[in-house]
Design a protein around this ligand. Structure first.
Ligand code: UD1
Ligand code: MG
Length: 440
């Protein structure tokens, strides 16, 4: 295949992202929990490790860029100036340039470009609903490339052209090096537009191949929070489709949200309005009931979670265990066949197998300064509304009386009750009723 040729990827990511109106740099905004810049880097990595990201000085050594080369653009003077900063790092025959704000692009789109033999420009037809999006418009003359006109600089009739620049290009590196310095500052914005390079190439007799993508979404650029939300929606739809194709049953797909790294086996059922964040692995025949919020956990076979459950902080649920409504589990191991079905907080705990945690049980894992662990053995029965003050160890086969506040270890086979003794005064209630004037 053509794309085995030597190639550099340059990702432009030094812009200010002012249209986002956010203090978070645009490229660190996430979709499906992954920073948008990492989508593009990972897509390029599929082809080559020869990746240069042009970024701001403060981000040169950022961990997100640990596996790529970074080039600094001191101040954002436009995409033409940004690519100039990458020039010293280019050592391959061809260079593919991408804007860093298009996370939905996939390897198949880059293959189109790589298989093209010439200097190429990737274009798309803007769907009618996005006709006012400020993409650069590609002007053709009898089917041949003429120029790219930036939206800000376009006349009203040029704005009506729906063939748009995607911001993805392939250029022979020697040609790029030769002509990049010829881009002039745009009089309207004072920026150096990379897009002007193509008109310069054409004027110098270099053929530009205009590749037209049939799709819009892979090239959807993120410039505003609204653009980001649309990309999130598209990514979620891709993930939903992937899981359903793999045999995961989603009762209302559009209300289930996944993270980029979610792993789910077939035969899992997910009810409506479930949110799955980063670091979740769900094994077959598990069931996630409605309105549950799940992050960083492993859920083994036949586990049932929720409805209205919250899971986080590296939790693990062994086979056939269950948590029910209004139960939060954080950083805990719930053993095989153990259950906490109602209104509990289980934090930093290890629970053995076949144990039952009664409604309203709380592990008090935090004293305001430090976190402590609770261990509960196998076949333990923790009565409802128990308060378990960690550090604490409760042995196998124990019973904790309902309503107990337990702050000392309970050895195996023991019964622990820590609550006020009940006092019953016969006819006591009747006397009180009589003493109240308005009661007969
Ligand atoms: C750019 C293209 C436009 C195209 C659109 C596709 C230019 C001049 N315009 O417009 O034709 O239709 O992308 O999404 O190229 N950047 C820098 N340094 C700078 C300026 C920008 O690194 O000085 C980076 C940005 O961080 C971004 C990319 O270059 O990743 C494109 O810049 P952006 O401001 O998003 O340009 P658009 O207006 O989207
Ligand atoms: Mg953009």
């Amino acid at each position: 295949m053509c794309w085995t040729m030597s190639i550099n990827f340059v990702i432009l990511a030094a812009g200010k992202g002012t249209r986002m109106n956010s203090k978070t740099p645009k490229f660190f905004q996430t979709i499906a929990e992954k920073p948008i810049i990492r989508y593009i880097i990972d897509t390029c990595k599929h082809f080559s490790s020869n990746i240069i990201v042009v970024t701001q000085e403060s981000l040169l050594k950022h961990e997100l860029f640990a596996d790529v080369t970074t080039a600094q653009q001191s101040s954002p003077k436009g995409t033409g100036d940004a690519i100039l900063q990458a020039i010293p790092f280019l050592n391959a025959d061809n260079t593919i340039i991408l804007c860093g704000d298009m996370p939905l692009i996939e390897t198949k789109h880059l293959e189109l470009l790589m298989n093209s033999s010439k200097n190429s420009l990737m274009t798309m037809v803007i769907p009618d609903e996005f006709r006012d999006m400020p993409y650069g418009r590609v002007i053709l003359n009898e089917g041949n490339f003429e120029k790219i006109i930036e939206y800000k600089n376009a006349t009203d009739s040029e704005k009506l052209v729906l063939l748009a620049n995607t911001g993805v290009y392939k250029i022979e590196t020697s040609i790029l090096k030769k002509y990049i310095g010829k881009i002039k500052q745009n009089p309207l914005t004072q920026e150096f537009y990379l897009t002007d390079l193509f008109e310069i190439l054409k004027t110098n007799g270099i053929d530009i191949s205009v590749i037209q993508s049939k799709e819009y979404w892979p090239f959807h650029g993120i410039n505003t929070m609204e653009d980001l939300a649309k990309a999130e929606e598209i990514m979620q739809n891709r993930l939903r489709k992937k899981f359903m194709n793999n045999g995961v049953k989603l009762l209302n797909p559009k209300t289930t949200y996944f993270a980029f790294d979610t792993q789910i086996d077939s035969e899992v059922v997910i009810e409506q309005n479930v949110i799955i964040k980063k670091g979740v692995r769900i094994h077959s025949n598990a069931r996630i009931n409605a309105f549950s919020h799940i992050s960083e956990c492993e859920i083994m076979e036949k586990v049932e979670i929720g409805p209205f459950a919250r899971v986080r902080g590296n939790a693990k649920f062994m086979e056939s265990s269950a948590i029910g409504n209004f139960v939060e589990v954080k950083g805990s191991l719930i053993g095989k066949n153990s259950k906490a079905k109602h209104l509990s907080y289980i934090g930093d705990a290890t629970i053995g197998s076949d144990s039952n945690i009664g409604a309203g049980t709380i592990t008090c894992n935090y004293d305001g300064v430090k976190k402590y662990k609770t261990t509960i053995g196998n076949k333990a029965f923790v009565g409802s509304n128990s308060t378990l003050i960690a550090p604490l160890a409760i042995g196998d086969n124990t019973i904790i009386g309902a309503g107990s506040v337990i702050n000392k270890d309970v050895s195996k086979n023991s019964l622990a009750i820590a609550r006020c003794k009940q006092n019953v005064i016969s006819n006591g209630a009747e006397k009180i009723w009589k003493s109240k004037k308005n009661v007969k």
